[in-house]
Design a protein around this ligand. Structure first.
Ligand code: ACO
Length: 332
């Protein structure tokens, strides 16, 4: 079976910046509280005429350019998102049309903040089996339209953005070194904890009514403490599992590319894994939690900053509503 390589990365953040000071004027919060509890200083907000697929396309273009691939060359597009343009059709269908990726079949994966890791894993399977040669994986999320801007528990956390990865079979014919590319992905779900992070209204269980809108049940509802505890445990476990699959120890990891939910979650995970913080690319101070977008944005930034060297071991990790989580091991 073929192995898959990441041959292009791209990211996009809307130009409008919303600082903690801006939020102080909206809800009963302070810059100091937000920084201390989350590490976030500012986040981006999409323009009123911007949709999730618009951001996805903006991230995809530089990823395709880096890969030297035209949109028509793509066989597959997978978009991780829970904030699509519309409930139907998929965000991926709009992305396919906007890019002009005529040959690609396209669909969304709904795994919340784990969305891009799930999408990466799905696309990896298609490339490994040879059913797709060129795949575009996107994490794109526009949470600013699904937040209650009077709820300080949630509105300070999220930002809008998109990240993209282009996958292709490993072209490396040099068999002398250890195998490169995506070594494995490890996905987990525990639906028994679904209720700790939801958008309760607007679906089949609680269709959109005036009451749903009035009670703002069409926005994110979260038990922050429970999410925090679950996230630390789950990310540590799945990272150990992913590394053990290749006989690797945390000490052999060169880079951590993680979903940027909260600085304290990441610090707790890194401390338990005994991986120095400097090995983890951090950008949540600039973007907040961009949900499924944060993993590919982080990889793109780390790569373009010259941090990733051939042969480096990268561990990726993400966690989101569901609860969904997982890890991946990549040799760059
Ligand atoms: N500003 C000021 N005070 C606030 C704010 C705010 N923005 N938000 C909550 N508070 C208050 C609470 O109301 C509470 O007040 P009370 O004690 O009078 O009730 C107090 O701060 C302390 O609340 P805690 O829940 O103890 O605060 P905690 O230290 O747990 O931090 C936080 C809250 C930041 C949400 C934390 O629990 C967290 O990060 N959880 C993970 C949630 C997360 O990352 N969600 C993202 C989506 S899921 C994902 O990406 C994996």
């Amino acid at each position: 079976m073929e192995r898959t390589q990441i041959v292009g990365t791209g990211s996009y953040a809307p130009s409008r910046v919303l600082t903690n000071q801006d939020l102080e004027r909206l809800v009963d919060t302070t810059d100091a509280w937000i920084r201390e509890r989350t590490g976030i200083e500012e986040r981006r907000q999409a323009a009123p005429d911007e949709s999730t697929s618009d951001m996805a396309v903006q991230a995809a273009r530089p990823a395709l350019a880096m890969a030297g691939i035209q949109p028509e060359d793509l066989d597959l597009i997978v978009v991780g998102t829970v904030t699509p343009d519309m409930p139907m059709p998929s965000c991926a269908a709009f992305v396919q049309a906007k890019l002009g990726a005529r040959r690609a079949f396209a669909f969304d994966v709904a795994a919340a903040c784990s969305g891009s890791l799930y999408a990466l894993s799905v696309a990896d399977q298609f490339v490994r089996t040879g059913q797709a040669r060129r795949a575009l994986v996107i994490g794109a999320e526009l949470f600013s339209r699904s937040l209650d801007w009077s709820d300080r528990n949630t509105c300070v956390l999220f930002g809008d953005g998109a990240g993209a990865l282009v996958l292709a079979p490993v072209s490396d014919t040099d068999d002398s070194g250890p195998p490169r590319g995506i070594l494995s992905t490890h996905l987990r779900t525990d639906g028994a904890h679904a209720e700790i992070l939801t958008i309760p209204g607007g679906g089949s269980r609680m269709p959109m009514t005036e009451e749903v809108l009035h009670e703002r049940l069409n926005t994110v509802h979260m038990n922050g403490r429970e999410v925090f505890k679950f996230a630390v445990r789950a990310l540590v476990d799945s990272t150990h599992e992913a590394l053990a699959a290749h006989g690797l120890e945390p000490g052999q990891v060169d880079h951590v590319i993680a979903h940027q939910a909260n600085l304290r979650i990441l610090e707790a995970v890194l401390a338990r894994l005994e991986i120095p913080r400097e090995k983890c690319w951090l950008n949540l101070h600039k973007y907040g939690n961009t949900s499924s977008a944060s993993l590919p944005i982080s990889l793109d930034e780390a790569l373009r900053a010259g941090r990733l060297k051939r042969g480096d071991i990268i561990v990726m990790m993400a966690i989101g509503a569901g609860m969904t989580w997982g890890s991946a091991v990549v040799r760059w």
